[in-house]
Structure formats: structure tokens, C-alpha cells
Design a protein around this ligand. Structure first.
Ligand SMILES: Cc1cc2nc3c(=O)[nH]c(=O)nc-3n(C[C@H](O)[C@H](O)[C@H](O)COP(=O)(O)OP(=O)(O)OC[C@H]3O[C@@H](n4cnc5c(N)ncnc54)[C@H](O)[C@@H]3O)c2cc1C
Length: 491
């Protein structure tokens, strides 16, 4: 079988997936039914953790150069600032939110993918598939009316909220559509009084208004317009949004030159399992939720980062499929559940209508976010550096006192050093001091292990870090590392 992995959908998640596989030398095809990339700005934020993972792929600089750095998010009630979440203290070399329209994110990802020798096959629609003993047979419909039966060892559905791959698996997309209407506009804001390096949320008696700087002079305005019954309302007019900006915003602000006006409803849905046999679900195909917190696209891209190195190790023959591939669903489904719950809570809190509940909320938020530990938890969650895999089946032994983060926790990247997982071979990094025992272990697992010139967390410790930068195990005896790799099926 020539194609190891067939990726369905070339949105931000499919492009990330294909690029990571191509970087690791896995033969990949990526198809999309659309004739062109989206021109819509949709997801605006790349968070710190996504940028760290893009740095492993040697392309974060391009994104940073194209985007706009935002350092804080403020919440206002009327003209009072209730809270300010400062991102400059986030423990990352990317201590900010990078604002970049999704259309640009996709363009840069596609250019990156092309640089790795893979082009998106457009006007190609997946209409169905069946799994066989050795792979997946996929039906492709081409725009000229012809059809094709393609084979691949693995199929990855990155085909968005209405995923054909998810339907093909018969996986339930459990959850609800919230019964409230939302509107958005992208345009210029004349008279905007705040700095353009800050996001602003206005929690008002009649609803919420969010204002996000995108590019110099260009903003996204988003607002809820109350409970809804029946079909979704038509897209809003500029005048309708201006009236909301006047009512809920800081005053004296005029929205002009709108390039996108749209109405939407929020879906909160997720599949229970992200994998069935040789087929995987990632991104919006697996989870959709409120845009509050701006986590949707980032969560999807991180699904792809998580799955790609695992599939690459299997395709390269470095590890058997099990238990490695099953860990994808366990790890990412837990993250998806948390993102869904957090975004749902944030939406609920922001759209409270009862005046007494609003008053209590405002006091609680002011007090709580004024406490540094609570503030830091929020900043860690938004920036996604707090994401970890505490209950992963891949977590190995941990000896207290080795000074490293626990298994499943992220290892902070060191400025000026190549990140773990960079390069063209997915390997676990063995962080320790050089020595004969270390050389022998690396020689025993050449496809799986590489030494890391990073300082060990303690001179006499051994810390094994996964190719995606999360700790696998941290121990005081090197024999535990060998046993861990054996348990994964490493040879
Ligand atoms: C208004 C709005 C604001 C948002 N704001 C944010 C934000 O601030 N932060 C954030 O992180 N997220 C945000 N999101 C969510 C974000 O846009 C999505 O999470 C993201 O697009 C998901 O990417 P994806 O690649 O999974 O799916 P999509 O972007 O939906 O891409 C799926 C691709 O699959 C293709 N496809 C579908 N079916 C087939 C088929 N059968 N065969 C071949 N190809 C197929 C489609 O043509 C499409 O190109 C926002 C979304 C909206 C609508």
C-alpha cells in the first residue's frame, strides 16, 4: 500500500496532520472537497502551546511574523474593569496570544506542507469507506464526475463538524445546540479606546460583547442576541451590530468596512471515542463547542500533533500499533471534555441575565481573578500550556525527587535550544548525563531513542520525554526506561 495515511479535510487540523506526517517521512495523501481554502477569518487565536508545537515543526516563526501579539484579556461590567488576565507571565517563550485569521493560518500551513513535498488534492470528496484487515478502502468522488477507490493503512477524519468519516463510523456526536443566537462582524472600529494588544469582553445586563483585535485597524466583534427558538436568524446587518456596540461597548465607537457579518448558534458536542480500528477522528469532526476561550481550532491542531508522532512511529515500524495508538483517544478525549466543559461554563457565566446573579458574578470574578494563583490557572488554561495527560496509558514510572515534571506533564522548552520532537524522526528524548549505560540503551533502541543535550532534572536521574514534549517517565535507574520501552513493544 503506497499511501500509509489518508487525511480527509484540509482545514487547519487536516493540514497540521498531513504536515506532521510528511515531516516524519510518512507517505500521506490529503484531500478536500472544497475547490479553495476558506477566506473566512473564523478562528483568530493561536495560543502559546500551539505555537510551541509549531516550533517543533520549524514553522512557528512564519506564524509569529504574520500575526499580532496580544498580551492580555480584560473583562468589563459597564465601565468598570472587573478582571485582567495577563498573558505575559505564561511560562512559555510564546507568552502571548497570536491573533491571525484562520484563512491565514491555513495558508501558512498549506505552504509549510507544500515545502514538505505534499500538495492538497482539492475537489476530491470522500463519500464512504470500509475497513479491511490491513487498511481502509476509501471512495473518492472527483469534481469531474469520476470516482476512485483509494487504499491506505490508516484514515484520519479531519473533515469538520459534519464529518462523513464520523458518520461512516456510526459514532454519535453527543451534546446539544444552545438555544441562543450569536452574531459576529469583522471590520474597522473607529474610536476604539483600548490598546490593540488587548482583548476585551463586556458583560452587560442584556448580554455579552467581545472585541478582538485581528490585524492593525481590524477587529472581530461578537455578541449574543438572546434566547432563540426555531431556525437560526438571518445574518445581522451592520446597523444591528452597531446598535449592540453602542449599548454594550465603551461608547463613541463606530464599526465600518465590515468584511464579514454572520450569525451562528453554538453547538456543544463530542464523540466518546476518537478511534475505531484504523480510523481516527480529529478536530471539529470529534468535538465542537462554544468559541468562548477561542480553543476550538487549537484543540483540533493539538489532536493532530498528538496523533501524528504515534502514527509515524507505527508506520516506520518503530513500535507496534498497540498500545500506542489507543492512547490517542484516551488522551485527547479527556482534553476535549475539559475544553467543552470550560467553554460551556464561560459562556453560561458571560450570558447570565438575572440582575442578582450578574451582581454576584461580577463580585466573584473581581475577587477570584485578583488572586494570583487563580489568575495563573486561567492564564495557563487559555494559553493551553496547562494541558497534560495525567491519566494517559503511556505514563510510565515516576520516582519522586528526580526534579522533573510528572509523567503526562509538559516539559518547558528552553529558549535557544531545538525543541524535543524537532527534526524528521519521531523519537523519545532521553534527558540525562552522557555515559556508557546511556549509549548502550540508545544503541538498543535506535528507532525510538535519542539523547538530549538538555541538563537532566537531577544529575543522577533519567527523564524520558515523548516526541510531543510530554514526560513519559522519570526515574533514578536506567533499567526502568528499558522496561518502559519494552512494554510499548519497542525492539
Ligand atoms: C465564527 C467562528 C469563530 C471561531 N473562533 C475560534 C477561535 O477564536 N479559536 C479557535 O480555536 N477556534 C475558533 N473557531 C473554531 C474553528 O474555526 C474550528 O474549530 C476549526 O475550523 C476546525 O478545523 P477543522 O480542520 O477540524 O475543520 P474545518 O475547518 O471545518 O475543515 C474541514 C475541512 O474538511 C473538508 N471536508 C468536509 N467533508 C469532506 C469530505 N467528505 N471529503 C473531503 N473533504 C471534506 C472541508 O471542505 C473543510 O475544508 C471558530 C469558528 C467559527 C465558525
Amino acid at each position: 500500500m503506497d499511501t500509509k495515511v489518508l487525511v480527509v479535510g484540509a482545514g487547519p487540523v487536516g493540514l497540521t496532520m498531513a504536515a506532521e506526517l510528511a515531516r516524519y517521512g510518512v507517505s500521506v495523501r490529503i484531500v478536500d472537497k472544497a475547490a479553495t481554502r476558506t477566506d473566512k477569518s473564523k478562528a483568530l487565536v493561536l495560543w502559546s502551546r500551539t505555537l510551541e508545537l509549531l516550533e517543533r515543526a520549524a514553522c512557528s516563526e512564519t506564524f509569529v511574523a504574520a500575526g499580532r501579539k496580544v498580551y492580555a484579556a480584560s473583562i468589563f461590567a459597564g465601565d468598570k474593569q472587573m478582571a485582567r488576565i495577563d498573558l505575559t507571565g505564561v511560562d512559555s517563550t510564546y507568552a502571548y496570544a497570536l491573533m491571525l485569521p484562520q484563512s491565514e493560518t491555513e495558508r501558512l500551513l498549506e505552504t509549510h506542507l507544500e515545502g514538505l513535498g505534499v500538495g492538497v488534492e482539492r475537489n476530491v470528496e470522500v463519500t464512504g469507506f470500509i475497513e479491511t484487515a490491513t487498511g481502509v478502502e476509501v471512495n473518492l468522488a472527483h469534481a469531474d464526475g469520476s470516482s476512485e477507490r483509494a487504499s491506505a493503512n490508516w484514515l484520519v477524519g479531519c473533515d469538520g463538524a459534519h464529518s462523513v468519516v464520523r458518520h461512516g463510523l456510526g459514532a454519535k456526536f453527543e451534546g446539544d445546540t444552545l438555544q441562543s443566537d450569536w452574531i459576529l462582524a469583522d471590520g474597522h472600529l473607529e474610536g476604539w479606546p483600548l490598546t490593540e494588544t488587548e482583548l476585551a469582553m463586556y458583560w452587560c445586563e442584556d448580554g455579552v460583547l467581545g472585541v478582538f483585535p485581528i490585524l492593525p485597524g481590524r477587529f472581530r466583534v461578537i455578541a449574543d442576541v438572546g434566547n432563540a427558538t426555531g431556525p437560526r436568524a438571518a445574518d445581522p446587518s451592520l446597523e444591528q451590530i452597531q446598535a449592540i456596540v453602542d449599548r454594550r461597548g465603551p461608547g463613541g465607537v463606530t464599526l465600518t468596512d465590515a468584511v464579514w457579518l454572520s450569525g451562528f448558534r453554538i453547538n456543544e458536542r463530542k464523540v466518546a471515542a476518537y478511534r475505531k480500528g484504523r480510523v481516527f477522528l480529529t478536530g471539529d469532526a470529534a468535538h465542537v463547542h462554544s468559541p468562548a476561550g477561542g480553543q476550538g481550532m487549537n484543540t483540533g491542531m493539538q489532536d493532530a500533533f498528538n496523533l501524528a508522532w504515534k502514527l509515524a512511529l507505527v508506520c516506520r515500524g518503530a513500535l507496534p500499533a498497540e498500545p500506542l495508538l489507543d492512547s490517542y483517544s484516551v488522551e485527547r478525549s479527556a482534553v476535549g471534555e475539559k475544553v467543552l466543559a470550560d467553554a460551556g461554563r464561560l459562556t453560561w457565566v458571560a450570558t447570565l441575565r438575572n440582575p442578582l446573579a450578574q451582581a454576584i458574578r461580577n463580585v466573584a470574578v473581581r475577587v477570584l481573578l485578583g488572586l494570583p494563583p487563580v489568575h495563573d490557572i486561567f492564564a495557563g488554561n487559555f494559553s493551553e500550556i496547562a494541558i497534560g495527560y495525567k491519566r494517559s496509558p503511556l505514563n510510565g514510572p515516576y520516582a519522586r525527587g528526580v526534579g522533573s515534571p510528572a509523567p503526562g506533564r509538559r516539559v518547558r522548552m528552553l529558549p535557544g535550544r531545538p525543541p524535543i520532537g524537532a527534526g524528521n524522526i519521531p523519537r523519545f528524548a532521553l534527558c540525562t548525563q552522557a555515559g556508557a549505560e546511556v549509549d548502550a540503551l540508545i544503541a538498543a533502541y535506535p528507532l525510538l531513542l535519542e539523547p538530549q543535550p538538555w541538563p537532566p532534572f537531577r544529575a543522577d536521574s533519567f527523564c524520558l520525554v515523548r516526541p510531543d514534549g510530554y514526560v513519559a517517565c522519570a526515574v533514578k535507574d536506567i533499567g526502568s526506561i528499558g522496561r518502559y520501552l519494552n512494554a510499548l513493544g519497542g525492539t
